[in-house]
Design a protein around this ligand. Structure first.
Ligand code: ADP
Ligand code: MG
Length: 310
């Protein structure tokens, strides 16, 4: 199966060298690294198993396709600039009862991206909003969507810098073109009037063109304190929440729970198993109790103003 290509079968200008050397050269030119790496090994396997030429080629091409898809997922993950790679496999749903698990699992199928719908995760600090954002972002990369991950503060900084350097339009076009934009941590830092306007423009330009996922520690009613103007906040929420899924994530901070667990290790009496779980530390409940949205998909235009706030 290793094949013996005669010199007369070679294209003009490639008549010297052994077939393997030429094949390696051509496969590199064609950007088929998996075929180059695997063709000989698979040929031997096929010869051993009596597999014919078309099936040999099929095996090789299938392997090349799988490998290419894996590399593309890796490329999308790299381009998305995740601060960490997290998935729903490592997410403990029992730690956050206010979260609508069915809705999150449905979102992880990424059909909301095809429908250009938005997602907003609201809740106090440490409840897994960034984790969930990253997990949905990873799922999107795996399903072939382009993704960008940033924080509200970093995005505004980037926009202001681009404006000063007269490359704002290019950045805005780039931000508009990703299929899923994740803006994490809206609410920790108040934005300058210019920053708020630039952020509004991003959301506005993406409206019905691409999905945006925002995480915030603030309920909608408090977004004015970050964006400055009531008029701008209203207009921004209007666009962001027209087609939206709300993830309500109020509860105990997972970080606090973990560090409390580390500070107070469980007593290990002699003879007891060391794998016994530590006792649950008691964490004070947040001031604003959770109000999960039982419908999953919230009518946030209502929710943002008069409905039950997260
Ligand atoms: P938030 O963005 O809401 O402040 P994070 O997503 O940053 O919270 O969560 C803080 C840390 O706790 C992260 O390391 C995250 O992976 C972890 N974490 C939070 N919630 C959960 C959970 N339900 N299951 C597993 N890990 C969690
Ligand atoms: Mg976070």
């Amino acid at each position: 199966m290793t094949g013996k290509a005669g010199a007369d079968a070679m294209p003009a200008g490639t008549t010297s060298g052994t077939p393997q050397v030429l094949l390696a050269h051509h496969l590199k030119q064609l950007k088929l690294p998996t075929v180059l790496r695997e063709y000989d090994k698979i040929a031997r396997e096929c010869a051993r198993d009596g597999v014919d030429h078309p099936r040999y080629l099929l095996r090789l091409v299938e392997l090349a396709l799988i490998d290419r898809e894996r590399r593309m997922v890796e490329r999308r993950i790299k381009a998305a600039r995740f601060p960490a790679v997290k998935s729903l496999d490592t997410f403990d749903f029992t730690a956050i009862p206010s979260l609508n698990k069915m809705l999150l699992l449905e979102l992880a199928r990424c059909e909301f991206i095809l429908r250009r719908e938005n997602v907003i995760a609201l809740g106090n600090s440490g409840t897994g909003k960034t984790h969930v954002g990253l997990a949905l972002a990873l799922a999107a990369c795996q399903k072939g969507f382009t993704v960008a991950f940033t924080t509200a503060a970093a995005l505004v900084h980037q926009l202001m810098e681009a404006r000063d350097e007269r490359r704002l339009l290019k950045l805005q076009r780039d931000l508009q073109s990703v299929m899923l934009l994740i803006v994490d941590e809206l609410g920790y830092l108040p934005l300058s009037p210019t920053g708020a306007e630039l952020l509004f423009e991003v959301f506005s330009q993406r409206y019905e063109r691409g999905s945006t996922l925002v995480t915030s520690n603030l309920p909608f009613e408090d977004w004015t304190s970050v964006l400055g103007s009531e008029r701008l906040t209203g207009a921004l929420l209007d666009r962001l929440t027209h087609h939206v899924h709300i993830l309500t994530m109020n509860g105990d901070s997972y970080r606090l729970k973990q560090s409390a667990g580390r500070r107070r290790p469980p007593p290990q009496p002699i003879g007891r198993s060391k794998t016994r779980p530590p006792p649950r530390p008691s964490i004070p409940r947040p001031a604003k109790p959770a109000s999960p949205d039982p419908r999953g998909k919230a009518d946030a235009r209502q929710g943002a103003r008069s409905g039950p706030l997260p």
